[in-house]
Structure formats: C-alpha cells, structure tokens
Ligand binder design. Structure first.
Ligand code: CUA
Length: 392
C-alpha cells in the first residue's frame, strides 16, 4: 500500500464495495437454494385418492424425496418413488425417477381433499427459512424467542459491521498523517459491556416462563388424561413402551415398539427418557422438543400435539458411528384412532404373552424392559423435582 500518497475515493471504497458485493451474491445464492419449484400435475388426482395413491408430476426433478406439495388450497404430504414403489431419496436415483410420487397424507393443512385436474399447478410447500412446521402447544413461543434473538443479533451485526466499514473509509491512510495511540475509553467500554448484559438478563427473564412450562412442568404419570411413554435410547435405536388397555406398565398387555411412537392428538404426552449406554438426545423437530438422554437418569419430557400426522424422531447427540441413522417416526393419531390402536395392539400382545414368562413379553426388546424394571435410576435433578413441582 502506498502510505504517502492520497488514496482516491474509488480506492477507499473498493474493499467495502467488494465486501458488500460478496454479501449480495451470497444472499442471491441462498435465495436460489431456497427457491421452491413449481410444476404441473401429469394426470388428475381425485378427492378419494388417499394414502398410497401413485401420481406423476410433469417435472418433479427439483422436488425433495419427501415433503409437502400444494395443489390449489390443499397441501399433500408426498414421497418420491421408483418404478417398483421403493423410496427414492437422492442422487442418481432422483435423476432416474424424477416424476413418480406417492401420496402419504391428503389435506395435511386441514383443507379437505379435492379433485385436481391434470395440468393443475403444483408447488412445493415452504418449510420456512429456519424451521419445519410447528406442531406442539408451546412451539410458537420457542420460535418467537428465536426470531427475537435473531433480530437483536441481526441489528447488532449490521450496526457493528456498518461502523467497521465506515472506519475503513474514514481512517484510510493519509499522506503525512501520524498514527494515534490510545489506551481505550473507559466510559465507552462500560457502555458496550452493560448494554449486552442488560439484553441478556432481559432475555433470561423473558424466557423463564416458557422454560418452566417446557422443561419443569411435565405432567405426572398419575394425572388423569396423560399418556405416558417410556423411552430407552441405545446405540442406535429408540425403544418405546406404552401401557396397554389396563393402563399399567409391566403387565402382559404392554405395547413395545422400536423406531415408531404412536400418540393421540391434543393430549399431554409424558415421555420418561432413559439411556442404556451413552448420551443420546431425543429430538422432535416439529415439536421443538430436544432433551438429552443420560445414562443413570430418568428425565421427564412432555409435549402436546396440535394436529394428527406423521413426524420425525431424531437423535441430536453424536452417539457413535450409527448416530445419523438413529431415527424414527412419530405418529399422531386422532383420539378415537389412538384408542382403537391401543385396543388392537394391547389385545395382540396380551394374546402373544398369555401363559409365557415375564422375560418373554417384549420379544426382541425383552432385555431392554427387564433392564428398565430392575435398574433404579439415580434421582435425576429433573426427574424428581419436576414431579414435586407439579404436585404442589
Ligand atoms: Cu443416539 Cu446420536
């Protein structure tokens, strides 16, 4: 850099302009990445075509392997399939099978399924910039807090970066100018320490009610109308046990399952979460629920689903080589359908377990529930105190 020659305005602004240009290009690339494809129905879809119906899109090559599409007012949950009906997720298979889709669920946005003619416009339903759909009673508060923090940090980012760019231009080297040395400004430093501190304390106070509701107020298992599910995380699967029709755990009509959790809509669900080997994290993205499963503790988790449907269960704690495939499905059923499911499953297990010994009741999960029933947990700080809090 020529220190003894005055920089032209163009030279002074070159760096800030290049920076801003880079940001604009980045935002444009992000917009491209988030752009939602549209196409047309190739062949009609009748109102009566329910789950399992196969249909074609004129050009579905940019649609995701699984997601929601919108035709008219109706949103439909769909999955891309190959000629044999198998799930097509990504890569070369997508290129070979761009247009065949299977209906998973009609009218997922509550709009009744309608007849859609061939050629009807089809668009992919936005998942939001950051979040999947929220389906839990407390999820909106969580999202609001996220966006509030994003606004605060976003404004702080723009102010500080703007000042930074201003300084680059204003304090550019001038001929004959000497460096100024400073030991700082005490008052200024106090200000930029106190302001963030006040914001952090305000956020902490603001979110405390929500934290209490989410994390400290799990309904107790004895409360009427509460559905309790016992969950064991182990490398690399989620195991569930629900009381059968008798409403009690440890009896022969218990319903065990791996990777699939079925619960009723609009009902407090109490999850009792334990881990058998290492740390895992029980993550329901659509319910804004994420809780570590800790060996030795039984941690209560709760949520209440807003609508029926099929959702994801994930593990959000790196727990080993199989971590990324440690997932499952959460099925939220209507209260009637759930009661029916419990009755059917309960009868099935009751019949299978009739006359057999207790250790055989849970099939491949026998060891897991034997372990649950015979291994005490140390008193989790969450476990005990939560229940006490509810009762008082
Ligand atoms: Cu279990 Cu990651």
């Amino acid at each position: 850099m020529a220190g003894n020659r005055a920089a032209t305005p163009v030279q002074r602004l070159a760096l800030p302009l290049v920076c801003m240009g880079a940001i604009v290009v980045l935002v444009y690339l992000m917009k491209l990445a988030f752009a939602l494809p549209t196409t047309e129905l190739d062949g009609g879809l009748e109102a009566a075509d329910g789950a399992g119906t196969v249909f074609q899109l004129a050009d579905g090559s940019h649609f995701p392997g699984e997601g929601k599409i919108r035709i008219g007012e109706e949103e439909i949950s769909v999955q891309r399939i190959d000629a044999k009906g198998g799930k097509v997720q990504s890569g070369k298979d997508t290129v070979l099978n761009p247009n065949r889709f299977k209906v998973l669920e009609r009218g997922v946005n509550g709009v009744a399924p309608a007849n859609h003619a061939a050629g009807a416009a089809v668009s992919q339903v936005a998942k939001g910039l950051f979040f999947p759909e929220n389906n839990s009673s407390f999820g909106d508060q969580v999202d609001e807090l996220f966006y509030l923090i994003l606004w605060i940090t976003g404004i702080a980012f723009i102010l500080t970066e703007g000042f930074f760019l201003y300084c680059i231009v204003a304090f550019w080297a001038k001929p004959g100018a000497r460096s100024a040395y400073t030991h700082g400004n005490h008052r200024l430093e106090m200000v930029w320490t106190v302001i963030p501190a006040v914001i952090l304390v305000a956020l902490a106070v603001l979110q405390s009610g929500m934290w209490t509701e989410m994390k400290m107020s799990a309904p107790s298992a004895t409360e009427p109308g509460v559905v309790t599910v016992q969950v064991v995380a182990k490398q690399f699967e989620w195991n569930f046990r629900q009381a059968g029709s008798d409403g009690r755990f440890g009896t022969q009509d218990d319903i065990p399952s791996t990777g699939r959790l079925v619960v009723p809509v609009d009902t407090p669900i109490r999850i009792e979460l334990r881990a058998q080997d290492v740390l895992h994290s029980f993550f329901l993205p659509e319910f804004r629920v994420k809780q570590d499963a800790v060996p030795g503790l039984s941690v209560p988790v709760w949520f209440k689903a807003k609508r029926p449907g099929t959702f994801q269960i994930m593990c959000a704690e790196l727990c080993g080589l199989g971590h990324s495939r440690m997932g499952g499905t959460l099925e939220v059923k209507t209260k009637e359908a759930y009661a029916e499911w419990v009755a059917t499953e309960s009868t099935k297990w009751n019949g299978e377990n009739d006359g057999t010994d207790r250790p055989d009741w849970y099939g491949v999960q026998a060891k897991i529930w034997w372990w649950w029933d015979s291994t005490p947990t140390s008193v989790g700080f969450t476990g005990e105190s939560n229940d006490r809090k509810r009762k008082s």
